[in-house]
Design a protein around this ligand. Sequence first.
Ligand code: PMP
Length: 452
Amino acid sequence: MALRHGVDFDKAQALHRQEQAMFSERRPRSRQLSAAGGEHLLFGAPLHWMADWSTPFNLYVEEARGARLRDVDGHEYLDFCLGDTGAMFGHSPAPVARAIAEQAARGLTAMLPSADAVWVAEELARRFGLSHWQFALSASDANRFALRWLRAASGRDQIIVFNGCYHGTVDDAFVDLADGRPRARASLLGQTHDPAAHTRVVEFNDLEALERALRDERVACVLAEPVMTNIGMVLPEPGFWGEARELIRRYGSYLLLDETHTISSGPGGYGAAYGLQPDALVLGKPLGGGLPCAVYGFSAELAERAQRAKRAAAPGHSGIGTTLSGNMLAAAAMRANLAEVMSDAAYQRMFALAQHLADGLQDWIERWRLPWCVSRVGARCEFQFSPQPPRNGGEAGAMLDEELERIIHLYLLNRGFLITPFHNMLLLCPDTEFADVDRLLEALDGFAGEVV
Ligand code: PMP
């Protein structure tokens, strides 16, 4: 018997073959669309990585509402992926859908601001404690633009990221630690510049390495998720952020928090929930209830330096901003979402659900004696294939097992549960029911019964 992460892998692979057959047999319409998509969609999908899910061919969606999703063959799913956070408050929240419909008839984009932008910036300042804001169309863009401003404002050329991070398609952040040295991520396509020339990498939770990287005072900012969420989950050790914050300040650098996923921690993100005061912050994905938009905010001091940098620059293209950023439709969606959906009450419910799920996962792991662990940040849970939670990205990366993940994910999908691909992340939205969580846990029990 080949045991892998506590699982009988021969059995798991045999089960997977059955699951693939079952998936294919029951989804003729998705299969047909996938075949048709193969004609004119590169990789047969609107986006190349959509073809990398655990399914034998693409699963096509008919409709998504609240915590539920229906595919084109009429199968219903409880959605614990929620668009990898884009739909963190449920699919098509009613106030956002209404605001979008109303605004859609009154203009979509004009290269001019609408009054909603002022309301949104005021609300963001209140929630996140940063005084000045700019809009973008995706968290990737917001990160890219914020990095530009921070380098321009500080006059420093280097940045620091944590090993194993993901901040979207931001070339500066695609640098890994290889034998202790920064190196461009091996999987990058078509990149001819060396991002490692201006990016330093340290392991999360390593204060000494962070100080070493900051010491020559060439670092414009540390770009970080307060909890790493994209290489499995890595929680900060007690005291890590307090000291890291202090070091960043001491060496005249800035802290740029990417709260795109950790907004699962509360209405003001992880920073507000844990008293971590960033100098700059990025938020995308769920901000407009799923409509593409993102924001980045600066402290008053940083905003002043950014304004000075722009005044001092030559006239012409700044390399920052896109035509549709801050459009009227996105501003209306953000306003409705912030005003009516991302509420304290919604978070309280999501936290209770997530705690219920995390407890259930822990019980499940113990019952089957799996050498796995569970981490949670607010409304987000993750189970990982190691008895101890990882301390940093290097450890977290080493415990990923893509093949096992795919086997679990497809098994769940065939039973009506969607979880986030490429790791084992589960999100809870206000529309999720406690009974939905129990049903997921029962399905996981069924899986363990087959392979443990
Ligand atoms: N930041 C973080 C922390 C993310 O997880 C992601 C996407 N997974 C992004 C930024 C990029 O978001 P988008 O793909 O919407 O640009």
